[in-house]
Ligand binder design. Structure first.
Ligand code: GLC
Ligand code: MG
Length: 423
């Protein structure tokens, strides 16, 4: 986490399935609202952590299916694996800690004595996680004797029941809560404790995150019965936890506002661009620029000369955009090309979002922005690494002026076509 000079302003720790990701919404609207908020205002000085029950393999699969951001830290397999950055560099210290007092084979021998436990697929198992399915009616009858038999065998484990169907056996020191406590301690040990931490979840395996000292918490509206019951029995008096009235990622945004942890209005809710007061920071400016681009192509803003004129006023007349193909255009030519693309994505699922927006000041009035720009056209998505040079000094009506843009395909994510490529 060398990216941050000091303490993170906010550490946001979120579960994925049914918390950050709403599987009932094919348009991913609440997730895209969160993404725009995070990239425009939090990415620079805060830490994003995903904490999921999924194994690393299934987590990577979800990243291909849904527009989730790249977190700084990824906790997978129900808090048994911690990894850093996009490359998922494992935390070796955590692995060592969990390996004490854990014998996977002995756990398997004991669990095999309970025929109601249906083993999950191999892909769902982990070095420190043994997982099963068991229906709710049978779960309570099994959990207590299973725990006794594992303990009698001298195994130091915990059993977690989630979503009314999944049962995980983990080392006692593992789990989403312990993994988070370990991370916070790690930040404290280097003198950079996050100023605020908020945890976000919807099901049983998330409950222990809410018990970590000092954290705020949100149970999204669609939370599972077992989490709400846990809250009623154990945490009712904790005013740092709310049950959101909004679902999934919208519930997370709601909680940021409720606890006043920072800005809580997504740029997706404050369109249109040119009447937007919130373009004072380079990252906000860029997020809003691409939201205007999306709205233009979806015909959610009217086709108007004024917008084209305004776009030209926030881009330098000699500025160049280098396309991923290597072709160059003047930025103003690209704006002209965009003019004729108005509404070409009307009524489609076309969306644009930015990930990993990193801003470096390269003088008193210039900034270099680097980010991944994603476009989704309804069936597939593609990504280009983009750098933008922004200047604030040039005489324009807006605060910033785009001087130069350069894009490169990130081939591992698929390549878009050149047709109608403008920004
Ligand atoms: C995820 C995992 C599964 C686990 C469940 C509950 O669905 O894929 O293995 O049992 O979360 O923690
Ligand atoms: Mg979940």
């Amino acid at each position: 986490m060398d990216r941050l000079d000091g303490s993170a302003n906010l550490m946001l720790v979120s579960d994925l399935d049914d918390t950050m990701v709403d599987h009932t919404d094919p348009d991913n609207l609440s997730l895209l609202r969160f993404n725009a908020l995070w990239e425009s205002t939090y990415r620079q000085d805060s830490i994003l952590v995903f904490s999921t029950g999924r194994s690393p393999t299934l987590y990577k699969k979800l990243r291909k299916e849904k527009p989730i951001l790249t977190p700084d830290i990824t906790i997978t397999s129900v808090g048994t694996e911690i990894a850093y950055g996009e490359e998922l560099v494992p935390d070796e210290g955590w692995i060592q800690l969990l390996s004490k007092n854990w014998n996977r084979n002995e756990v398997l021998e004991e669990t095999a004595k309970f025929p109601d436990l249906i083993p999950q697929a191999d892909m769902d198992q982990g070095p420190h996680k043994v997982s099963f399915y068991i229906p709710k009616e049978k779960a309570q009858e099994v959990i207590t004797p299973l725990y006794s038999s594992l303990t009698q065998r001298g195994l130091n484990v915990k059993i977690i029941y989630s979503s009314g169907l999944a049962l995980d056996v983990l080392p006692k020191g593992a789990g989403k809560g312990q993994a988070l406590a370990y991370l916070i301690e790690k930040f404290e040990s280097i003198g950079k404790p996050p100023k605020n931490t908020i945890v976000c979840g919807d099901s049983g395996n998330d409950s222990e995150m809410f018990t970590v000292e000092g954290v705020y918490g949100v149970m999204v509206h669609n939370s599972r019965e077992e989490l709400l019951e846990w809250y009623e029995e154990n945490a009712r008096s904790n005013h740092k936890i709310i049950h959101a009235t909004e679902e999934c990622a919208s519930g997370i945004i709601q909680a940021i506002g409720h606890f006043q942890l920072g800005p809580s209005i997504s740029p997706r809710d404050t369109k249109p661009f040119f009447s937007n007061e919130d373009n004072r920071k380079p990252a906000q400016f860029m997020v809003n620029f691409y939201l205007l681009y999306e709205s233009w192509r979806r015909a959610e803003v009217e086709k108007s000369e004024a917008i084209i004129h305004n776009l030209k006023s926030i881009t330098h007349s000699t500025g160049v955009i280098v396309h991923p193909s290597g072709a160059e255009n003047s930025i103003h030519q690209s704006i002209d090309a965009l003019e004729s693309c108005h509404g070409d994505k009307r009524g489609t699922s076309f969306r644009v979002w930015l990930d990993k927006v990193i801003v470096s000041a390269i003088g008193l009035d210039s900034w270099l922005l680097k980010f991944n720009k994603w476009e989704f056209n309804g069936t597939s998505s593609w990504c280009s690494a983009t750098t933008v040079l922004l200047n604030s000094k040039v005489e324009t009506a807006s605060v910033f002026c785009i001087m130069h843009m350069h894009q490169t395909w990130l081939e591992e994510y698929g390549i878009g076509d050149r047709q109608n490529w403008t920004f």
